[in-house]
Ligand binder design. Structure first.
Ligand code: TXA
Ligand code: MG
Length: 322
């Protein structure tokens, strides 16, 4: 199958209506989308991504009416969060209705839903009679794609169409939450910061899964990982330990550039801006993973505030072990 890329919404719509998959842009990362009501389309998503079927998918909607079609009820706090943050990088987990196939939710009785903030994808969703199940458009376990080219690089011959919406503005996946008895449980840190969540939700509790046996396997400890060794470590120790290796160093703090010759230092953000670091981290990891002249990637964590928490989370999950 050859993959076409473009901004033809009618084409994307017609592929989706006939049960095919389409790469879609969002403000977080690119998604691999299919009709969420069609088990066969959903099955294709798992096949193309080589994703284990125990890892549930997020369902993307154009409006609250579509949420109401798919879920049993919308808790008051969820409605407040929707009013404040949708469209945007917030996935909310609800009790599902039967129209959402069990395959989408890996047998759970809950479904994660979000309204993405991207003009092309919102228009597409508004034109469809069904919501779109879409995981990030990367092979399972690899770094999420933040441009159409990233999707072509890995899923190129496996899907018919990619809607090209440019580079993702945020660059990290959505924050995933569930409301239980007026408490907001956070399962994945992402594009929406804890600080922002706390402006609307009085009780916020972190339930970030870092075990090897999580309830939601997308939060598996090792995920978002390049194929090359990836470490969070003192760059000078690593370069001293591996003098014959070419090492790339993703740094955030200016004064931390390395002084060894086998190290190439690359700024996550030239002006130490966390949003810029979030925007560039996945594409830098991907670029370095693809370079033949780099053997090892080392990264420096960023301040644990705002979107910095999500950046650090992704870096830690990418670590291959030292
Ligand atoms: O930003 C995003 O969320 C992107 C874009 C495409 O929207 N999507 C994304 O999907 O990151 P994915 O499949 O890579 O990660 C979704 C994760 C799953 O791995 C799972 O951990 C969690 O969402 N999830 C989905 N449904 C769930 C449920 N019912 N209960 C708990 N976790 C759930
Ligand atoms: Mg993913």
């Amino acid at each position: 199958m050859t993959t076409e890329t473009g901004v033809n919404l009618a084409k994307a719509k017609s592929f989706l209506e006939s049960g095919e998959l389409v790469g879609i842009p969002t403000e977080t990362v690119y998604g691999l989308a299919g009709n969420a009501f069609d088990v066969n389309a959903v099955l294709k998503i798992f096949e193309v991504k080589e994703r284990p079927i125990f890892d549930p998918l997020i369902v993307h909607v154009p409006d609250i009416e579509m949420v109401m079609k798919c879920v049993v009820d919308i808790p008051a706090l969820a409605a407040d969060l929707i009013a404040s943050f949708w469209p945007g990088p917030l996935t909310i987990i609800f009790k599902k209705k039967n129209c959402i196939p069990d395959l989408v939710t890996s047998g759970l009785d809950t479904v994660g839903m979000r309204m993405p903030l991207h003009p092309l994808t919102l228009e597409l969703l508004q034109d469809l009679q069904f919501p779109l199940a879409a995981p990030s458009a990367n092979p399972f376990g690899y770094i999420s794609p933040t441009s159409a080219q990233h999707v072509i690089d890995q899923l190129g011959n496996k899907i018919p169409y990619i809607l090209d919406g440019g580079n993702c503005s945020i660059g990290l996946e959505s924050t995933i939450i569930e409301i239980k008895e007026k408490t907001c449980f956070v399962y994945r840190l992402g594009g929406l910061t804890l600080e922002d969540l706390k402006k609307v939700a009085n009780k916020v509790e972190l339930r970030i899964n870092s075990s090897s046996n999580p309830k939601a396997p997308g939060m598996l400890k090792n995920h978002y990982a390049p194929t090359k060794p990836f470490y969070i470590a003192d760059i000078n120790e690593v370069s001293f330990k591996y003098p014959d290796k070419k090492i790339a160093y993703l740094f955030f703090t200016k004064s931390n550039t390395a002084y060894f010759q086998n190290v190439e230092s690359i700024a996550l953000s030239t002006n130490q801006n966390l949003k810029e670091a979030a925007h560039s981290i996945f594409s830098l990891m991907r670029m370095l993973d693809g370079r033949n002249d780099i053997d090892i990637i080392v990264a420096e964590t960023v301040p644990e505030i705002g979107i910095g928490r999500a950046i650090n989370d992704r870096m830690r999950r990418a670590v291959t072990g030292i």
